[in-house]
Write a protein that binds this ligand. Structure first.
Ligand SMILES: C[S@@+](CC[C@H](N)C(=O)[O-])C[C@H]1O[C@@H](n2cnc3c(N)ncnc32)[C@H](O)[C@@H]1O
Length: 264
């Protein structure tokens, strides 16, 4: 999908930026705020996300198999149920509902845009869902798979240093990624900052199976070797409460947790 086919969505995102570039790079279809100069030293987990192979199988194979097992398949929610919960907790509408809100939504670490497109089905009018990711290969896939006229657009940026204005969004979603960030709590500070007061946040992330100290030590070892963080049961809800979120709620699955709240 080229920018010429979806120009208004790609350009609208410029209005949401804290520091819009004078000469925005939209050559790949998404707004690239990292460019070649921002090459980082990715963790093992992030290197996998930046490969050219994973984006090809992510949405149809990797995501449903890996995540559904982690959510307790066959008892846990499948992808469709998970997406419906995301729209519901974020205060969005149901697909096809004529009264869907014209919300401005951020999907942090959107990968190939699978959740971004599901959220876009829940917004109406001139609503917009902005998917942000650091991986150029994931975003190329997101652009290719997002139909013209969809209320979605993409930005290449760093989730730990969100490039958006304060209170720019009505809702923020971060699925399957908090555990990959080198500093998840700074990322959470950023998500809080870009949410308007009364805006809603939802996070789907890892969950430590047992609260035992031994598993905490094991979790730290995994983080150092792979860059993958395993969160304790009250760690993420506590972090939301610390940042002044109200109506904090959580659903626990065997190896994942869904956490949400409303910004004060
Ligand atoms: C497992 S995918 C999640 C995709 C989608 N949100 C989902 O739920 O299926 C994780 C994504 O996080 C992205 N990511 C990891 N660290 C990031 C960072 N610091 N900034 C932006 N994206 C990041 C990766 O590039 C990858 O596309």
């Amino acid at each position: 999908m080229s920018t010429t086919q979806r120009p208004s969505a790609a350009r609208r995102v410029l209005d949401l930026l804290r520091d819009p570039p004078a000469d925005p790079d939209l050559s790949a279809g998404y707004l690239d705020l990292l460019g070649p100069a921002e090459e980082r030293a990715p963790s093992l987990a992030q290197s996998v996300m930046e490969s050219t192979f994973l984006p090809r199988i992510y949405e149809k194979v990797w995501r449903p198999v890996g995540f559904n097992l982690a959510k307790g398949w066959p008892i846990g929610p499948d992808t469709a149920a998970e997406q419906a919960t995301a729209r519901d907790w974020l205060g969005l509408g149901r697909p096809g509902d004529p009264d869907r809100p014209a919300a401005t939504v951020l999907d942090v670490a959107c990968g190939p845009g699978n959740v971004t497109r599901a959220l876009a089905e829940g917004v109406g009018g001139d609503g917009l869902v902005v998917g942000l990711d650091a991986s150029a290969t994931m975003l190329a896939r997101a652009e290719a798979d997002t139909p013209a006229g969809d209320r979605a657009c993409y930005v290449r940026g760093n989730a730990v240093d969100l490039p958006f204005r304060d209170a720019a969004f009505d809702a923020v979603c971060c699925f399957g990624a908090l555990y990959l960030f080198d500093d998840p709590w700074t990322a959470l500070d950023g998500m809080t900052r870009v949410l308007r007061p009364g805006g809603r946040l939802i996070i789907l992330t890892s969950r430590r199976l047992t609260p035992l100290h031994a598993s905490k030590v094991g979790g730290e070892l995994i983080r150092r070797v792979t860059g993958y963080t395993v969160f304790g049961d009250r760690e993420v809800t506590g972090a939301l409460a610390d940042r002044g979120f109200t109506a904090v709620r959580r659903r626990r699955y065997p190896l994942m947790q869904l956490v949400g709240g409303t910004r004060t």
